[in-house]
Ligand binder design. Structure first.
Ligand SMILES: [Zn+2]
Ligand SMILES: [Zn+2]
Length: 238
């Protein structure tokens, strides 16, 4: 019975009356099923502003390594930026997902050693923005939660937070390490995806020649030693 009616069925009635559909401006969020909103990036004083686009793989990590801690302390953000055991909250995303809309001239970069990671921060108020490698083709950034909207982290990046480098956490007992394997898997997806698609070229942190948009400053050895020596200071927090 389908054969007869199917053969007789004219094509036009199957199509909606306004076919082809009108082109939609993707920036108009009239469709509620569209992608979720961008996650805001902002330094503490508000001069640097931007966002993380909602598409793509991310990792939430609490890192207890001595370098992440020294970076936050150097900026004078140890109070806000370190948890009771010296952990730093990070969100790893592809650099191509970063958008800066204001105050990009406030961006600066430092390294704890001549070959260390590039640790991006703001001149205006010393907010740690995030850390990258110096090779622009390995195009992830570990964004510091201080530059993000901490009320929206669960919604935008998931509630699961891996704990890494827990052997150098402060105090005892050490927090349990967790989530390292999936963090590495997703990290491979973030980096590999940007490499294969060429999206690494769209990083706002590196210029067309692959150089950082701001030349990084290497901290003096004695300053790094001072910052790391604070680990050995008597615990001030309960
Ligand atoms: Zn600022
Ligand atoms: Zn770290």
């Amino acid at each position: 019975m389908n054969v007869r009616s199917g053969r007789a069925l004219p094509l036009a009635p199957l199509l909606p009356p306004d076919y082809p559909p009108p082109l939609q401006n993707p920036l108009h969020s009239t469709n509620l099923t569209q992608a979720p909103p961008m996650h805001p990036i902002q330094c503490r004083c508000g001069a640097l502003r931007g966002a993380v686009t909602p598409d793509g793989t991310s990792n939430r990590v609490r890192c207890f390594c001595t370098d992440c801690r020294a970076f936050v302390r150097h900026l004078g953000q140890g109070e806000a930026g370190l948890d009771a055991q010296g952990g730093v909250g990070l969100v790893h995303v592809a650099q191509a997902r970063l958008r800066f809309t204001a105050g990009q001239e406030q961006l600066a970069a430092l390294r704890l050693s001549p070959r260390g990671m590039l640790r991006w921060h703001t001149r205006c108020c010393g907010t740690p923005v995030g850390s990258t490698l110096a090779d622009p083709k390995i195009s992830f950034i570990g964004l510091n939660e201080l530059a993000l909207d901490r009320g929206r982290l669960d919604a935008d990046f998931g509630a699961a937070v891996a704990q890494v480098n827990t052997d150098t956490a402060l105090g005892a007992p050490k927090p349990a390490g967790s989530g390292l394997f999936m963090t590495m898997v997703r990290g491979t997806v973030i980096i590999g995806g940007a490499r294969l698609s060429g999206a690494w070229r769209q990083s706002p942190l590196f210029d067309g020649a692959g150089a950082p948009v701001v030349p990084p400053v290497v901290l003096a050895k004695d300053e790094v030693a001072r910052l790391k020596g604070m680990d050995g200071a008597p615990a001030a927090s309960a």
